[in-house]
Design a protein around this ligand. Structure first.
Ligand SMILES: CSC[C@H](NC(=O)[C@H](Cc1ccccc1)OC(=O)N1CCC(N)CC1)C(=O)N[C@@H](CC1CCCCC1)[C@@H](O)COc1ccncc1
Length: 330
């Protein structure tokens, strides 16, 4: 089997991407954020208190003839940005882009944090990290990818995220029309459950490439690129008027500044992030101060290769044994 679905930016600065999925019988369509940085599939539901729902589509298990309560099971998750949710668990038919998994664990929210309530175009998440990270107890549940794997033509899914445009996620095949040249693979260290791998180094603008192994996670659910402070300061040293603002919680600069590109290495291959991707957003609609798409990871305890980096490449998440991740120019 294979599947292919759109990755649609939810706002004008690509803060996140959502993908249409269907759940249950008859199918209920929700827009979910496919997130390689977590492993819970959870949705706004008919069980979510109405004062926490603001415009989101909800999953109603009672309206699905194929839903089953996974009795006695609960879940609770906290994300890196402090947002979170918790609830109960059903199994039901679940499809992404024509690829169906019967009796997928669908985690129905009984409570969501305010940042989820405020994000009306995001109806939940599909965790595509390793199932070891799943928070359902007493027995953890498998991700959509782990459930689909036995039936996939190839044990892969790919991410083709785009800058200010709709991209795609494919399951079970690698679409050679979506990239140029070769795919460069590198090994993934799957504990504790993220797609953890190393960059082989970086360069700022036209500067020399600095070879150094930088370990981090490729995370479609994280908006920005978070790297070690030394790299980030070297980058913003090239930006007139840039400063690391305590007030805004990161590097900001005059929106009129010229930004250099940023290049990262995967093994011997090189991927350049255009300056426009790093000129992330104005700090407020009328401000002339802009917030950077490259920020320090020092507060996170982990480097995160988020959408700002991933949208500069075609990325293959390979569930082979051992797992590996591949990058190609597009
Ligand atoms: C550096 S982990 C921070 C990261 N969350 C972000 O990237 C959010 C995404 C967002 C925010 C608001 C609306 C829509 C999307 O966006 C920002 O935080 N920002 C973008 C806008 C910018 N101005 C400020 C910074 C994060 O927790 N991701 C998790 C998934 C994410 C949770 C929030 C909803 C969307 C999906 C996940 O993959 C990684 O989980 C962990 C990572 C590390 N240990 C624990 C958990």
């Amino acid at each position: 089997d294979t599947g292919s679905a759109a990755a649609i930016p939810i706002n004008e600065v690509d803060i996140a991407y959502v993908t249409p999925v269907t759940i249950g019988t008859p199918p209920q369509t929700l827009m979910l954020d496919l997130d390689t940085g977590s492993s819970d599939l959870w949705v706004f539901s008919s069980l979510t208190p109405s004062n926490q729902v603001r415009g989101q589509e909800i999953y109603s298990p009672t309206k699905s003839s194929t839903s089953k309560l996974l009795s006695g099971h609960t879940w609770s998750i906290r994300y890196g940005d402090g947002s979170g949710s918790r609830g109960t668990v059903y199994t039901d038919n679940f499809t992404i882009g024509g690829l169906e998994v019967k009796s997928q664990a669908v985690q129905a929210a009984l409570e969501v944090s305010s940042s989820f309530t405020q994000e009306q175009s995001l109806d939940g998440l599909v965790g595509l990290g390793f199932s070891a990270l799943n928070t359902v107890r007493p027995s953890s549940q498998l991700t959509f990818f782990d459930n689909a794997r036995p039936n996939l033509d190839e044990e892969v899914f790919t991410a083709d995220l785009k800058y200010h445009a709709t991209g795609s996620y494919d399951f079970g095949f690698i679409d050679s029309k979506k990239y140029a040249g070769n795919i460069t693979y590198t090994t993934v260290q799957q504990s504790p459950g993220y797609w953890t791998h190393s960059l082989s180094g970086y360069s700022v603008g036209s500067g020399a490439f600095q070879a150094s192994q930088i370990s981090g996670i490729s995370d479609t659910g994280t908006t920005l690129l978070y790297l070690p402070t030394a790299i980030v300061t070297a980058y913003y040293r090239q930006v007139q008027g840039a400063q690391n603002s305590q007030y805004y919680g990161g590097y900001v600069f005059p929106c009129s500044s010229t930004l250099p590109t940023f290049t990262f290495g995967i093994e011997g291959a090189r991927f350049t992030i255009p300056a426009s991707y790093i000129n992330y957003t104005r700090i407020s609609p009328t401000s002339t101060t802009c917030y950077g798409g490259l920020q320090s990871s020092s507060g996170l305890g982990i480097n995160i290769f988020g959408d700002v980096a991933l949208k500069a490449a075609f990325v293959v998440f390979s569930g082979t044994n051992p797992p590996r991740i591949g990058f190609a120019i597009k």
